[in-house]
Design a binder for this molecule. Sequence first.
Ligand code: URA
Length: 452
Amino acid sequence: MIPYRIIQRKRDGEELRAGEIAEFFRGYADGRLPDYQMAAFLMAVYFRGLSPAERAELVETMLRSGAVVDLSDLPGTKVDKHSTGGVGDKASLVLAPLVASLGVPVPMMSGRGLGHTGGTLDKLESIPGFRTDLTLSEFRRQLERLGCALIGQTDEIAPLDRRLYALRDVTGTVESIPLIAASIMSKKLAEGIDALILDVKRGSGAFLPELDRALELARTMIGIGDAYGKEVVALVTAMDRPLGYAVGNALEMEEAILTLRGEGPEDLRELTLALAGEMLALGGVAGSPGEGRAMAAAALDDGRALERMREIVEAQGGNPAVLDDPAILPQAPVRRVVEAARSGTVVEVEARSIGHAAVELGAGRRALGTAIDPAVGFHITVKPGDIVEAGEAVATVYARTPEDAERGREALVAAIRIGEGPAAPLPLVSHRVTRAGVEAWEGDAAEGGRGA
Ligand code: URA
């Protein structure tokens, strides 16, 4: 194989022959192919896409780049969740302990921040001491004991996704249906799941803002799951504004803890319950997603989910006192309140620019392997549709320096649009996609589009 010929042929829209994708990606996995050639190939895929056969070969190659965990000896239907990426999307941090507390094992392998979106691993690692790099045997033992382990792609499981993910993050090659689908499904299939719920985002802060592209991504991932005998259900959910109030790693961790304590924003709670209902039905402990939702609401309200999170944090080396005192999380030295420049209706809280502004503050990465600042970010307390008075506080910027705080403030003033007209936010959950097709969402969350 001559790598630049493969790149040229994909660039020119040719379908590659069976075995070529596998050889190219294996070459990258074992260090024979450099980052720059893989980056060029990924950009060609971004523009040209992959045929179903090429995509299937990519999934298989990524999946087999490490161990494929067999959890069949552990009791229960193992169900995981994955989001296609959003701003302020900390639902996994509430959902995983919640579902595990109700008896459905959740082997959760997550990612780091990607582009303008945050990553579950970065958020978890804002807890002092928390380890996301469990070995395979630690992962299994914890799953057996607590019904949940929260890990990242490792050298052992889905190592190729880990490298590609980091490379795509900094080369403008994230927003591609086959690359997103292969990334998500390869690591989910490798971790030993029986079933999967996908949170497919749409709206400005999603990688694929348009509904038709979000649905195509959902169908693609459901089809991949089908090919491996796994049941996959997708909910299409709103990412035209951030989820909850907090954007930034420690701030989001704090908000997830508050939600586990029953004190979080309404939209985060509602989305979590919708996803939990589906997971509990997939896991066979609830007769329907609606019944699962009610079970999940009870476990959030009576503290079972919070207690399970405490056990998980402790088991993974984190300081469990954080559940009682989130001030233990890293704190930004500079805080700046953002005020409404005029009176009116909040017509937009534009998610993508807020995500980029958070990366600018240091909450995400600009180049391969750079460190993030866990403490920085935003707390935005208004939602589309809220009425505000001029001078009213609408957000707080958490920054490392006064200059960063000012830049963050300017970004929020532009992103939080206040006007006369009515706001038209997307419904929090709009569609449910299964292998049978697409249905309009009729769950309780359809009413709960706005935060508290
Ligand atoms: N989440 C992933 O794991 N991979 C992607 O490519 C996008 C979102």
